[in-house]
Write a protein of this length. Structure first.
Length: 84
């Protein structure tokens, strides 16, 4: 999903690791994160609500958000959904 989003901006060849930041490394704007959040929710359902995850962060944490942190949130949300 992230690669698809980056391809729209012509950044489909960007190197992505767990430490890659959305803001500084990928130069994504907040609207791009909203788009990614929508894609994740559409794919995984309501148990992956990135908007709520981001809402709990301070501005500096949002700016420093890494691919790994978002992946960890998605994984934890999916695990929590299967435990019920």
């Amino acid at each position: 999903m992230l690669r698809d989003l980056l391809a729209e901006d012509g950044l489909d060849d960007a190197e992505i690791t767990r430490e890659t930041t959305f803001h500084d490394d990928l130069e994504l704007e907040s609207i791009d994160l909203v788009t990614l959040a929508g894609s994740l929710r559409e794919h995984y359902g309501d148990q992956v609500n990135v908007a709520l995850f981001i809402a709990d962060l301070e501005l500096d944490e949002i700016i420093a958000l890494t691919v790994g942190e978002l992946a960890d949130y998605v994984a934890a949300s999916l695990r929590a959904g299967t435990e019920g």
